[in-house]
Design a protein around this ligand. Structure first.
Ligand code: SF4
Length: 306
């Protein structure tokens, strides 16, 4: 698989609270704190770190563009073209969820399809959840005419929160279910959106918390063990969730449970999930009659091709 990860980021804050406190104390953005940390820990200058993130942003943009323009069938043949389908549908009608959400969702689907057809994406935080950040950030960039530089900053904010989620809970479906992949991506994206729209660090924390609260317990149950079904459509869920909770946080709605407690709770819920619901393709949708049939079909196809 051809993907780039956010692995350059090595934030050493142990909690979102500490991160927010540092930003508020100095009246700077979360992204500024995270970039400072990076410069301190990595052997790169600020310009080099920003340049590397900008390159990842370009890969994100390209994956969304290709996925919408030239969709391909996925390796397992279970998905392909859904992003383009939604994009064309929303262009020709007044949609129920609104244009922005549908634009973001079509892009999220498109990037997930590129991943499932072995195209180049940015794992954000994982390949399975790669559509959420590009889906929402591209849409918001277009709607509000935001320069790449600010989007790159927002990606640092997303990455910093992603690292804390990874340290204190998980960003792996095999360890913590899909809440840890698409859930974490939605939470990271929500915080990034708040920063991009001028919200405070505390509001970004609330957006992150509210997003995670809404996916607690979401299982990882990929049909035939492929990152196709339900993965691509969970990217759609994550993109719409991120947009909605970012607006909630920007409106001043707060999470009653503090963000760090939500993250710890997510880790506990993940560890409590049975093995069958942690990427083993043994439970949930993978264990439905159709899921099992598709698994058999895929295995037969593999045998024939070998
Ligand atoms: S269902 Fe599992 S494999 Fe698919 S995106 Fe979610 S965590 Fe990843």
């Amino acid at each position: 698989m051809n993907y780039i990860s956010f692995g350059v980021i090595t934030v050493h804050f142990r909690s979102v609270k500490e991160l927010i406190h540092e930003a508020e104390k100095r009246s700077i953005k979360l992204s500024a704190v995270i970039k400072e940390m990076e410069v301190e820990v990595q052997e790169y200058s600020l310009e080099q770190i920003e340049q590397r993130m900008l390159e990842q942003w370009y890969v994100m943009k390209e994956s969304a563009h290709i996925g919408l323009k030239e969709p391909k069938k996925s390796m397992g043949g279970l998905i392909g073209g859904e992003g383009k389908k939604l994009n064309e549908y929303r262009r020709g009608t007044k949609t129920l969820a609104g244009q922005e959400i549908n634009k973001a969702v079509s892009r999220a689907l498109a990037v997930a399809e590129v991943n499932a057809s072995m195209g180049k994406i940015v794992a954000a935080p994982t390949a399975g959840s790669c559509g959420i950040l590009p889906g929402v950030l591209l849409t918001v960039q277009e709607e509000f005419n935001i320069p790449d530089k600010e989007i790159v900053d927002a990606l640092f904010t997303a990455s910093g929160l992603g690292i804390i989620i990874a340290q204190r809970a998980s960003i792996s479906g095999a360890e913590g279910g899909c809440q840890a992949e698409c859930g974490a991506a939605a939470a990271m994206a929500a915080a990034a959106l708040v920063e991009v729209r001028g919200g405070s660090p505390a509001q970004a924390g609330h957006a992150c918390a509210i997003a995670l609260k809404n996916v607690l317990g979401l299982v990882c149950d990929p049909v035939a063990g492929l990152v196709e079904v339900p993965c691509a459509k969970r990217n759609a869920l994550g993109a719409s969730l991120a947009l909605v909770v970012a607006d909630m946080a920007l409106a001043g709605i707060e999470s009653v449970i503090p963000v760090d407690e939500v993250i710890i709770s997510m880790g506990e819920v993940g560890r409590a999930l049975p093995e069958s619901l942690r990427e083993t393709a043994q439970g949930g949708l993978a264990n439905t009659p159709t899921g099992k049939e598709l698994n058999e079909k895929f295995l037969r196809k593999c045998v024939c091709q070998s």
